[in-house]
Design a protein around this ligand. Structure first.
Ligand SMILES: [Zn+2]
Length: 164
């Protein structure tokens, strides 16, 4: 797979995946790209890309590159950092993160689930009432228990229904 190419909105340079630093020829300065939003099913999803590490400037000076992490709020995270974007794209591809559509669907489904649950409960109590009514009818119709009476009971129930 070819390395992805990004366009820095700060210095205007194009750079490839991995060349995250060096904006405006400053070795520790990160390039900036067009902001993008990422989505998670978890409101406060937090992921650390990597810990901080030291880097040596051409002059020999040791600089400190800060840790990279993504902290979602309300299931969304906006970043203009190419490295984080590429990393989170991988998460979306692996299904660890959501697409915008999945996010919207997921958030809507919570409400819809409640509505569906409510209507299911209503439907179930209707069914239970229905069954109870039928049981009462059956109990009324099949008072004479006994193996040989099955046919007769059927007949009685039939008559009962046509009468009512
Ligand atoms: Zn740049």
């Amino acid at each position: 797979m070819a390395l992805r190419e990004f366009k820095c909105v700060d210095c205007g340079e194009s750079f490839k995946s991995g060349q995250w630093l060096g904006c405006r020829t400053i070795v520790t300065r990160r390039h900036t790209v067009q902001s993008r939003t990422f989505y998670s099913q978890f409101d406060n999803y937090h992921i650390v890309l990597r810990a901080d590490y030291p880097i040596q400037e051409p002059g020999g000076k040791i600089m400190h590159v800060p840790a990279l992490s993504a902290q979602f709020r309300g299931g969304t995270f906006i970043t203009n950092d190419a490295e984080i974007q590429e990393f989170l794209d991988g998460g979306t591809e692996r299904g660890e993160l959501q697409t915008a559509e999945q996010y919207v669907d997921g958030r809507l489904t919570d409400k819809q689930k409640m509505q569906r649950k409510d209507s299911r409960i209503a439907e179930q109590s209707r069914l239970i009432q229905d069954l109870e009514r039928k049981n009462v009818e059956l109990a009324g119709g099949v008072t004479e228990s006994g193996g040989g009476d099955a046919e007769r009971s059927e007949g009685r129930r039939g008559r009962g229904r046509s009468a009512g």
